[in-house]
Structures are given as structure tokens and as C-alpha cells.
Design a protein around this ligand. Structure first.
Ligand SMILES: Nc1ncnc2c1ncn2[C@@H]1O[C@H](COP(=O)(O)OP(=O)(O)O)[C@@H](O)[C@H]1O
Ligand SMILES: [Mg+2]
Length: 259
């Protein structure tokens, strides 16, 4: 059974999309079959992985204008596929979701292909709105990227409160796979303080691997490549590879999400 993981954080610019693409690519390189789902109308994942044109995509799938086979594309990485999106998603999906079983729309849409993949990664928008709720209702587990900054802790508290409500009302088997730090700059004392504080407070949830700030990671999407193809030896690539291995080890150690 494939695991559905959402990359979630209501804050924008914390590394959700970058992490979904790059962990997805390293998982695929490790022999896992992975589907990326772009569930953010900003469509950064779609353009970053080179899904051009982005239509038909997740909106056409949700609105039954296209089948899942028609919207699923191959990428430059073997075993890595993507369902793209475009800017229509935000308004359109809210209408759609309002019409039907609101929160379970994405879950039902992905159910037929869940067994075709080892991992399905959903890249959520920077909010706790309707789309993210659909992501959380569909997911077995959550991956939370965090920037090492002052307000990160507050944001995390709110996110975990929402998670509690989702677990109670929508998805009792939702697990928190873990929190990881991104865009780390070792020169700032604040970054180190935040990491210490969050790690102490959420023992066991924080991944050991920290993703450094690395310009190569921000360049790769403009070449429509994950970092594993763009610059596999750069520090950002090595960090995402290590994080992927850590995640795979956690999943193999009986900490399997959603079971
Ligand atoms: N580790 C990193 N080092 C440098 N730039 C990064 C890193 N991670 C992400 N970025 C850049 O920061 C911006 C925000 O990242 P993104 O993954 O789009 O965040 P989100 O999806 O949470 O909004 C993007 O321009 C991205 O290329
Ligand atoms: Mg994003």
C-alpha cells in the first residue's frame, strides 16, 4: 500500500515545494515509485519539475474532465511521476469542494492509484484552507518543513492544533512523520537557538538532517530539474539525500505511517 504524505506548513517560503520535489526525486532514485501531486495554485512544483503545459492537471481530474491516467506525467527522473496544476486551482477547487464531500475529495480521487506507488507526495499551499484540509484528510502522514526563525514555533503550535482537530474529525490515522529544518544558515545564532528549542519541545519528531541554505537548490527549478540531476554533489543535494534516507529508515522501522 502506498503512503500518502503531505508537505504542510501554513507559512509560505519555508521549503515545502523544494522538499517535495527533491525528496521525491531521491526516493525515486532509491527505487521507490513516487507520485508528486501539485496542490498549490501557485504551481511552483509543476513548473519546477517541468510539467509543461500544466493542463490537464489536478483541477481537470477533480472536476472529472480528465482521468487520472490523462493527468499523470512522467518526469526526467525514472519512477517519479507528477500530477501538475495551474493557477485555476484555487478558486475552482473551492467551488468543487463545496459541492461534494468537501474534505474527502482528494482522498477519493487518489484512492484508485494508491497501490501503484510507494509514496504519493502532496505539495500543499501556504494556508490551512480547504485545499490543505483535503491534503490532510487524504494523508497517512505529514512532513513539516520549518525555517529556523523566530516565529516558526508559533506557526508550528497552530499547525499542530489543526492537526489534532483533523485527527479527531476527519482522519484518525493521520500521523506526523516529522519536522525538519530548511534554509539553515549556521552563522546565525538565532537559527541554532530555534533548532534547539524546537528539538527539545518536540523530541522524537525532529529529523536529524538539516537542510542548509544553498543557492543551487533555488536554481534547480528554473532548469526544471530536481537537485539530484542539477547538481548531485552540492551540499543541498547531499542534505536532501540524507533526509530521504532518514525518512526511509523511519518508515521501515515499524514507525510505518497510517498503519
Ligand atoms: N535550502 C534552500 N536554500 C536556498 N533556497 C531555498 C532552499 N529551499 C528553498 N529555497 C528557495 O526558497 C523559496 C521558497 O521555497 P519553496 O520550496 O517554494 O517554499 P514553499 O513551497 O514552502 O512556499 C524558493 O525560491 C526556493 O527555491
Ligand atoms: Mg510551495
Amino acid at each position: 500500500m502506498g503512503l500518502v504524505c503531505v508537505f504542510v506548513n501554513q507559512k509560505g517560503g519555508v521549503g515545502k515545494t523544494t522538499s517535495a520535489i527533491n525528496i521525491g526525486a531521491f526516493m525515486a532514485e532509491a527505487g521507490k515509485k513516487v507520485l508528486l501531486v501539485d496542490f498549490d495554485a501557485q504551481a511552483n512544483l509543476s513548473s519546477g519539475i517541468g510539467a509543461n503545459p500544466p493542463k490537464p492537471g489536478i483541477y481537470e481530474l477533480l472536476s472529472e474532465q480528465a482521468t487520472i491516467e490523462q493527468v499523470t506525467r512522467k518526469t526526467a527522473v525514472k519512477n517519479l511521476e507528477v500530477i501538475p496544476t495551474d493557477h485555476d486551482l484555487s478558486g475552482a477547487a473551492v467551488e468543487l469542494i463545496d459541492q461534494k464531500e468537501r474534505h474527502f475529495f482528494l482522498k477519493e480521487t487518489l484512492a484508485p492509484v494508491k497501490n501503484k506507488y510507494d509514496y504519493i507526495f502532496i505539495d500543499c499551499p501556504p494556508s490551512l484552507g480547504q485545499l490543505t484540509m483535503n491534503g490532510l484528510a487524504a494523508a497517512d502522514s505529514m512532513l513539516i518543513p520549518m525555517q529556523c526563525e523566530y516565529f516558526a514555533m508559533e506557526g508550528l503550535t497552530k499547525l499542530l492544533e489543526t492537526t489534532g482537530r483533523v485527527q479527531k474529525d476527519l482522519n484518525p490515522s493521520l500521523k506526523i512523520s516529522g519536522i525538519f529544518f530548511t534554509m539553515y544558515d549556521p552563522r546565525t545564532r538565532l537559527a541554532n537557538d530555534v533548532i534547539k528549542q524546537v528539538s527539545a519541545h518536540y523530541k522524537g519528531l525532529v529529523f536529524n538532517t538539516i537542510i542548509p541554505r544553498n543557492i543551487r537548490l533555488s536554481e534547480a527549478p528554473s532548469f526544471e530539474m530536481p537537485i539530484s540531476l542539477y547538481d548531485p554533489q552540492c551540499p543541498g543535494a547531499r542534505a536532501y539525500q540524507a533526509l530521504t534516507q532518514e525518512l526511509l529508515r523511519r518508515d521501515n522501522m515499524g514507525g510505518k505511517h497510517g498503519s
